[in-house]
Write a protein that binds this ligand. Sequence first.
Ligand SMILES: *[C@@H]1O[C@H](CO)[C@@H](O)[C@H](O)[C@H]1NC(C)=O
Ligand SMILES: *[C@@H]1O[C@H](CO)[C@@H](O)[C@H](O)[C@H]1NC(C)=O
Ligand SMILES: *[C@@H]1O[C@H](CO)[C@@H](O)[C@H](O)[C@H]1NC(C)=O
Length: 514
Amino acid sequence: MLALILLVLGLALAFQCYALFLFAFIAAIALRAYTSKLDSRNRQRRAGLLQALGRPANRTTKIVGFFHPYCNAGGGGERVLWTAIASIQRTNPDLVSIVYSGDVDASKEEIIAKVKSRFAINLDPSLLDFVFLKSRHLVEDSAWPRFTLLGQSLGSMYLAWEAMSLLIPDLYIDTMGYAFTFPVVIALGRIPCGAYVHYPTISTDMLARVRSRRDWHTNSNSISSSPILTWGKLLYYRIFMYYYAASLCSASFVMANSTWTKTHVDSILKHSDPLLAFLHLPFRLLSLALPRREKSAESALRVYPPCDTKEMEKYPLDGREPIIISVAQFRPEKDHIAQLRAFHTLLQTHPEHRGTVKLLLIGGSRNAGDAARVDCLRDLAVQLGIQESVQFKINAPYAEMLNDLGRSSIGLSTMVDEHFGINVVEYMAAGVIPVAHASAGPLLDIVVPWEGQPTGFHAKTPEQYAEQFHHVLTLPKEEDLALRERARTTAVRRFSEAEFERTWNASRWYDWIL
Ligand SMILES: *[C@@H]1O[C@H](CO)[C@@H](O)[C@H](O)[C@H]1NC(C)=O
Ligand SMILES: *[C@@H]1O[C@H](CO)[C@@H](O)[C@H](O)[C@H]1NC(C)=O
Ligand SMILES: *[C@@H]1O[C@H](CO)[C@@H](O)[C@H](O)[C@H]1NC(C)=O
């Protein structure tokens, strides 16, 4: 009986393998035929594009393609994109950049004008063009209420297919985190790929969290309470991670926007899953149809995004008022409660500051939840008996916030494991001495020594925060000024456009195209 079952299982397995190999073989032949058709169409498209830009038609111009479907959004990710393109235009005037964009309702001129007004970045229209993609809705999370990660990834692969069928560049750089587009681009375009990663799509942390069955945002309660569903979800993530890692590994160079992201990307690049690798084996046949892969990236290069600190740099460093300022949206993870407790502890342990030192909480309130949180915080201030010294400013105008930064002494940030912390950079650029939570971005990237000297302070408990406040408030004048100067210098230099361009260049992206 057992022998019979084993025989049937064996036959089924053999047949499955055979079917898979046959499928892979046919797919490889079909792919080859499709790409040669794509190639001949692409030659005409390129000639047309270069001619429209007024470039000589003798095919010496190379094209860098940036995959950024939301290029008109005006956020931090877009600043990275446009700064990179402006830098390429300046240093390699023979290269044409194209952006794959889903902003079909904006024209080239409108996008360039918006970049100028929003970021003060001047782009040369004769070295830039856009390829507009119609299927951007496929990468929106609203399109995939269930299996969002998988759905968006498949959607991005389809979008990359649309992109390649419209125009194949000589080098492809994804600046939005769609790593699953690389296999498509390599298969159809047979060109090198690079990535600038803001945030890994899935991280080894996420796997560990499902494994330990903790509740968290994408893990609804019904799943974390049932072992079978947990197991299913774990398997889903495991398979997803295998293919995500494989896609990311097919990039020739990878950049990460912070130490936190680099650490995660590096562990993904090293990720291995022998069982899934074995099951995947038949599909390797497909790679026969692909060009021989060049060396791929082994680790990510950290390239900080440029931060705009021009406004903050204007304020004088001396004559600061004894104000502890916090600039943060009233979201739970910002942990404003810890700010009130830290301030309360300062007034308890160093009563001499009572009446002089103020705590100023500035932040946006987006909705009823935020507004309720602000009410709770006001109540807490009353309970702690510090309400006289605490001021709230909700949704204050930008200019007012800048002005407050310019007169404050200490900048407070209490969020735990914040990946970056742009507000801490802004404190420092404004000459405000930061006291930030000792974790992630503020610890590893931002409040770090400059020329061996401190640029601010870290803390975890209310007592530690209170001690650091007291330390800063009682610094001798020269030391206080020197510290503010260093804080400003490090923020402005490390997160400047020039530094971004220098490190972006250090990725040696040009080795893959020039
Ligand atoms: C390409 O054409 C331009 C003029 O049309 C000419 O100046 C240039 O030398 C040509 N380049 C090559 C490599 O033939
Ligand atoms: C990197 O990108 C993530 C996701 O957009 C963002 O939360 C983080 O602040 C960024 N880091 C830097 C250094 O800008
Ligand atoms: C980029 O690096 C290359 C090679 O190291 C160098 O020749 C080039 O001048 C650099 N460009 C910039 C803008 O730093």
